[in-house]
Design a protein around this ligand. Structure first.
Ligand code: OGA
Ligand code: NI
Length: 336
């Protein structure tokens, strides 16, 4: 079966888009975006030596926004530049070459090159193709789905994964201390060093009708945290007080999303952020989220130390894979 990639559909017409990409009026970006206001989500300088300040800033951002950006995060600009370069180069390969990495139909894994086939509840599709690769730990890596072209794809992504630990560990530590737990308890509750780093590249080709279509529809991430690098094309939006706002693009910053699993472990103190993406008429938007996910068989629930008679558990404990299956079956809110 020939799968229709959005990248091909984008080449069919410069004026119109197929009906299945046209959102209903309660989702169309032109009708639902608060114009002229770019959301200044908190920007946090991760190199600040004052840990108390950092904890406070991260707690505030995670409780009130569920999203923030970090600068001076320790990942070299050059590593991020290369990450973007090799990802973009893959999507610019001829279509047949990309199809060699296609997610096999009916496969259990979400790894590989693909386009979401399963339609959303209203039968709509997102204006985006993607590539999923597990990049950490080494035992989870499946090179079958890693592009051989460009040749530096592997080395570049391995380098990025290596640098990502420092950022992830610092964030988990601050989030843990912010709940009154020991510094390592949050990460331990989420799988510790067995956590899986799942890289997704979202490729949003130019869209003739960015006023009518969405890239990724509204959702919260299933992950613990998501750490995202965007290119410079505006597109990420966050929901605040039931309105949609553009999130400011900051060169070399990382966008951090609180995902469902941290909301659960924190018993609701930290909020997973509702977000979506829009697309651009002339330019290709690309983003590189890394979903930090618990091992699939790990049971996640509110941290026992946070539960008291006065503050009972607000969430059921669930095996991560079962949590994902039930969320994906029940609602159109998906992260992929
Ligand atoms: C996602 C997502 C945001 C973006 O893939 O889960 O929310 O900026 N992407 O592309
Ligand atoms: Ni997301």
């Amino acid at each position: 079966m020939e799968v229709e990639r959005v990248q091909d559909i984008a080449n069919l017409s410069k004026e119109t888009i197929p009906e299945e990409f046209i959102r209903s009026s309660n989702e169309q970006p032109a009708l639902t975006t608060v114009c002229g206001t770019v959301l200044e989500v908190p920007v946090i300088d991760l190199s600040d030596p004052d840990e108390e300040y950092l904890v406070k800033a991260i707690v505030e951002a995670s409780s009130n926004w569920g999203m923030f950006q970090v600068v001076n995060h320790g990942i070299p600009d050059e590593t991020i530049r290369k990450l973007k370069e090799v990802g973009q180069a893959f999507f610019e390969l001829p279509q047949e070459e990309k199809e060699a990495y296609a997610m096999p139909p009916g496969s259990q894994t979400i790894e590989g090159y693909g386009t979401k086939l399963q339609k959303e509840i209203q039968g709509k599709r997102g204006w985006v193709d993607h590539l999923f690769n597990k990049i950490w730990p080494p035992s989870e890596i499946n090179y079958r789905f890693w592009p051989k072209n460009p040749p530096s794809y592997r080395e570049t992504n391995e380098e990025y994964a290596k640098h990502m630990h420092g950022v992830a560990d610092k964030l988990f530590r601050c989030l843990s201390l912010g709940l009154g737990l020991e510094g390592d308890e949050m990460k331990a509750a989420l799988g510790g060093d067995d956590m899986v780093y799942l890289l997704k590249i979202n490729y949003y080709p130019p869209c003739p009708r960015p006023d009518l279509a969405l890239g990724v529809p509204a959702h919260t991430d299933l992950s613990t945290l998501t750490i995202l690098v965007p290119n410079d094309v505006q597109g990420l939006q966050a929901s605040r007080d039931d309105h949609w706002y553009d999130v400011e693009y900051i060169p070399n910053a990382l966008v951090v999303h609180i995902g469902d699993q941290i909301e659960i472990v924190s018993n609701g103190k930290y909020k997973s952020v509702l977000h979506r993406t829009t697309v651009n008429k002339e330019r290709t938007r690309i983003s590189w989220p890394v979903f930090l996910e618990p091992p699939s068989d790990l049971k996640i629930g509110p941290h026992p130390k946070l539960i008291t008679e006065a503050n009972p558990a607000k969430f059921e404990s669930k095996i991560f894979s079962e949590y994902c299956a039930s969320k994906l079956n029940k609602t159109p809110l998906k992260h992929n």
